[in-house]
Design a protein around this ligand. Structure first.
Ligand code: FE2
Length: 322
């Protein structure tokens, strides 16, 4: 069977319950650029994105519609259909703004995923500095999915979709609690974290530098929206990235992220972290709030309704939790 060539994480579609409140958060405060607007929907991008990367869709209940990857050619979509047929995974063809052929699938673990090869591109705004707003969110970077079966999910994405392992968290018994895997050559397009799921843990944008992340904090403080700040700013041990976690008005978690490293060197070797090494999550040793481990966004089921989260096979929290 041909292995599909996935280029990168491409977009997420979030169901939101108050589009104007979400616009205030994502556009007025965080400064994402509105590429398209239609009744009940906003299509947003960072200044380096040449396509929309986050769609906010008005809905009665909050959740995640799907998470989409860009593939190299239409033949890669055919390869994904062959994979779905071979493994009995549900799939159908859909379309979205600028993306006429979107292959909507459900992975074996219940995650609503989609794939597209063709997408209308637009001039980036990277050097249109006069149009930059807020802290300057630059480009889509990665997603993080809470998974009750991290190791099996990791193996499927590596074996079937040729994701490559960057870093992982392991306990004394050799059980994997979390993994960071990539197609694009950064640390990750997809992270898998042990927890009840599948649920979306977070959706991350790359930032120009650490100062822009501090500016995001200042902007939220000025707007008296500090309740949106859940964790950080800080520096991860895993990925070495400088980070900040925010919760949007519906509780969807957004990470602002910068300064990780490349993994394209052919001799790159995955980095192992022990589950109870506090530096893996915050290099400076700061504790992580319990909400960060326990809360996430539910995902839409293939036939509608919500995927019912399954309890994780691995139970318990690491020691450095408040
Ligand atoms: Fe992340």
């Amino acid at each position: 069977m041909t292995t599909p060539n996935i280029i990168r994480i491409g977009h997420g579609i979030f169901y939101v319950t108050d589009l104007e409140r979400s616009r205030q958060f994502y556009v007025d405060l965080l400064g994402l650029n509105v590429l398209h607007e239609s009744p009940g929907a906003l299509y947003l991008r960072g200044v380096e994105d040449r396509e929309w990367t986050l769609k906010l869709e008005l809905a009665p209940q909050a959740g995640i519609k799907h998470l989409a990857y860009r593939v190299a050619t239409p033949a890669d979509l055919d390869a994904l259909v062959a994979l779905a047929e071979a493994e009995g995974l549900p799939y159908r063809w859909e379309s979205e703004q600028d993306r006429p052929r979107l292959l909507r699938m459900q992975d074996p673990f219940g995650v609503p995923v989609a794939f597209y090869a063709e997408s209308q591109k637009y001039p980036w705004l990277l050097q249109s500095y006069h149009l930059h707003r807020g802290p300057g969110l630059q480009r889509i970077d990665h997603i993080n999915v809470m998974s009750p079966q991290v190791e099996a999910t990791l193996r499927w994405y590596m074996d079937r979709l040729a994701f490559r392992l960057s870093e992982y968290t392991e306990d004394d018994e050799g059980r994997i609690w979390a993994a960071w895997i990539q197609r694009r050559g950064g640390v990750h397009d997809l992270a898998l974290t042990n927890g009840a799921g599948p649920r979306l843990h977070h959706f991350a944008y790359w930032m120009p530098d650490a100062m822009s992340i501090l500016r995001a904090c200042d902007i939220l403080a000025g707007a008296k929206e500090t309740d949106a700040i859940e964790r950080g700013p800080g520096r991860h041990g895993i990925s070495n990235a400088f980070f900040l976690y925010l919760r949007d008005p519906d509780g969807h978690r957004i990470e602002l992220y910068t300064s990780d490293y490349i993994t394209v060197d052919p001799d790159f070797e995955p980095i192992r972290w022990h589950l109870n090494d506090p530096r893996r999550q915050t290099l400076w040793g700061a504790k992580t709030p319990k909400s960060w481990f326990q809360e996430g966004s539910r995902m839409e089921a293939f036939e509608g309704g919500w995927v019912v989260p399954q309890e994780p096979a691995l139970q318990g929290l690491p020691q450095h939790v408040i």
